[in-house]
Design a protein around this ligand. Structure first.
Ligand SMILES: O=C(O)CCC(=O)C(=O)O
Ligand SMILES: [Fe+2]
Length: 271
């Protein structure tokens, strides 16, 4: 796969968007398997619920590996496809070994946060079931004058916070279609935050898809890469898009694994 073809034209270069990363049949199968998981597997948070696959992370950021389910490793062969994108080629295992499955109902979202240093700084996120609008945020530099849309830093996935103020007005945003994959890497991973607004429908203004403020930033930076004609038109020409239940699979590589790389043959088996 030539990943460069999927680079999102934004002011930052570290984001890739691949529509239809899985087929409709695969999406249906994955959603069924995820929903069939036992109640014990789900962890309920105030604004979403989640499942963790691949093992538990210790406080010192080491993975105690657990086998991934067949619906991740065999059909669809997500891990192999993610390896083939090449975006994990510089990570220790060359492929993700840890997946957090998030489920959001309409009206639910996720506060601006960083994914944190437990992982190699690449995250590949598969969206299933419904779309979302995904924002990237920057930290405010200390010498910057006070601005209205500022909040203090929120914790990363392990509860650690930089305690630095955040500009809540996004650097840019992406429309994540169902079945699409988005890859966030480098400074967008290490130096920025991301969020999804807790809303029931997305409202687009007519200038949403354009570089309306002339600073090289686009509101929905991947508008021209969208597969779905209806969504693309709503973003470009203005409109409302209702959210349904969305499931995301966030796939990352934990570099430190108990037992080292030898263990890797265990959880993943041979492919
Ligand atoms: O659902 C998403 O697309 C984002 C989830 C996320 O940011 C996370 O699990 O760290
Ligand atoms: Fe995240």
């Amino acid at each position: 796969m030539d990943i460069k073809q999927h680079r999102v034209p934004s002011s930052l270069e570290e984001v890739f968007y691949i529509p239809e990363f899985v087929s409709e049949a695969e999406e249906e199968y994955l959603l069924r398997k995820i929903n069939e998981s036992s109640a014990v597997k789900w962890k309920t948070l105030p604004n979403r619920r989640l499942q963790i696959w691949g093992g538990e992370l210790t406080n010192s950021n080491v993975l105690i590996p657990r086998a991934m389910p067949q619906f991740i490793t065999e059909y669809p062969d997500l891990i192999r496809r993610l390896r083939n994108t090449g975006v994990f080629s510089k990570s220790k295992h060359g492929e993700p070994n840890h997946i957090i499955v998030n489920e959001y109902l309409p009206g639910q979202g996720i506060m601006p946060h960083e994914d944190g240093p437990s992982y190699h700084p690449v995250v590949a996120t598969l969206s299933l079931g419904s779309h979302a609008v995904f924002h990237y945020h920057r930290y405010v530099e200390e010498e910057e004058p006070a601005q209205p849309e500022i909040s203090t830093s929120t914790p990363d996935l392990k509860g650690n916070s930089r305690g630095k103020p955040i500009d809540l007005s996004p650097v840019f945003s992406l429309l994540l279609e169902p079945r699409s994959l988005v890859i966030t890497a480098k400074s967008l991973y290490t130096n920025h935050l991301h969020s999804i607004d807790p809303i029931e429908r997305d409202l687009f203004n007519t200038d949403e898809g354009s570089d309306n403020d002339g600073d090289g930033r686009r509101r929905i930076a991947n508008v021209d890469m969208l597969k779905d004609e209806q969504i693309r038109r709503a973003v470009k020409e203005g409109g409302v898009f209702e959210r349904g239940p969305r499931v995301s699979l966030t796939c990352r590589d934990v570099e430190k694994v108990v037992g080292g790389t030898l263990k890797m043959n265990g959880p993943f088996g041979r492919r």
